[in-house]
Design a binder for this molecule. Structure first.
Ligand SMILES: O=P(O)(O)OC[C@H]1O[C@H](O[C@H]2O[C@H](CO)[C@@H](O)[C@H](O)[C@H]2O)[C@H](O)[C@@H](O)[C@@H]1O
Length: 302
């Protein structure tokens, strides 16, 4: 066997579709030079590196600085779009005050104060429905959540018997079972039990993610979340960055909005995607957002 690099198998990144881009090379002009820009960003795995303990997730400092600058620019609206519930996301991500928040995979929408072209609070967004009221869980959803809790309670017997730590995250519209760090066989049997509740109760949606299986009582998606943001902001261009399966709904929604909105979807990581561009990880996200903040600031000042 020769050590000549031409005989080596291609690196994994070479075989990805779309291929991995260097964040320094991505053409940001359609976004930076848009009349009205929406920048919508996923949290876990994009702004914040993945952690074993979900309560420890934080936005990388360079991304926090970049999104603060982006949010302060005229004709530019920042939004976070996450599977986290809005309250937890606000606590962990500490977003700029003007940021719009889509939480619980689209089930919770907080349009915030919003901005008009001059960067001051707009009448349209100021009169948006009270998010607490608009996002209230219905009686039917409460009943489904109770059924999910009963179902998941059965897992304590399995966790006692198998001696593993059962990690269930309770959110307003869902319960998330975490399997990060578990042996693959155990994670698979846990998932099998979790999803079996669907057979007993129609209306429960299974949401898969990085080492999680989530049971949700809302049919909203990040795609419906993006649609709500676009209906509010009326951008001429929109950027979406996401790393997980649920972000594919947002990429699809952006694609459907073309050509009215110049939608740019960027996948973070190596998973299959319908996004048209791909970068590697949250460090690359910070580089890309810093470039966007610089280029957009230059354009809006000119
Ligand atoms: O839409 P996102 O902002 O990406 O949220 C999706 C889920 O993120 C969290 O789980 C993920 O991040 C954890 C912390 O890094 C990690 O431990 C877990 O394995 C990941 O799946 C969050 O805990 C979930 O509630 C969100 O749905």
């Amino acid at each position: 066997m020769t050590s000549d690099s031409t005989s080596m198998p291609p690196a994994v990144s070479d075989s990805l579709t779309p291929p991995l881009s260097d964040p320094a090379d991505v053409d940001l002009r359609p976004l930076a030079e848009a009349d009205d820009l929406l920048v919508a960003l996923d949290f876990d795995g994009v702004l914040a590196p993945l952690q074993d303990d979900p309560s420890l997730s934080r936005v990388l400092p360079a991304s926090a600085e970049a999104i603060a600058r982006i949010a302060s620019l005229p004709n530019t609206q920042l939004a976070l779009v996450s599977g986290r519930d809005v309250a937890t996301l606000r606590e962990l991500a500490d977003p700029p005050a003007s940021a719009m928040i889509v939480g619980s995979h689209g089930a919770e929408i907080d349009l915030g104060p919003g901005q008009d072209a001059s960067g001051t609070e707009s009448a349209a967004t100021a009169s948006a429905p009270d998010p607490t009221e608009a996002n209230a869980v219905t009686n039917d959803e409460e009943e489904l959540l109770a059924a999910i809790d009963d179902h998941l309670a059965e897992l304590t017997t399995l966790s006692d018997r198998e001696g593993f730590d059962l990690r269930i995250e309770r959110k307003p519209y869902s319960r998330t079972v975490h399997t990060r760090g578990m042996a693959p066989g155990l994670a698979a049997s846990l998932r099998e039990h979790v999803v079996s509740v669907q057979a007993e109760h129609g209306g429960i949606r299974v949401i898969e993610g990085h080492d999680i299986t989530e049971l949700a009582v809302s049919q909203a998606t990040k795609g419906t979340g993006i649609r709500a943001l676009v209906a509010e902001v009326h951008p001429t261009a929109a950027l979406y960055l996401g790393d997980d399966i649920t972000d594919e709904d947002a990429f699809a929604e952006l694609a459907e909005m073309r050509p009215e909105v110049t939608g740019v979807g960027i996948k973070v990581g190596s998973a299959p995607t319908q996004a048209e561009l791909r970068i590697a990880d949250p460090d690359d996200v910070a580089t890309l957002l810093t470039r966007l903040a610089d280029e957009r600031a230059e354009f809006t000042a000119s």
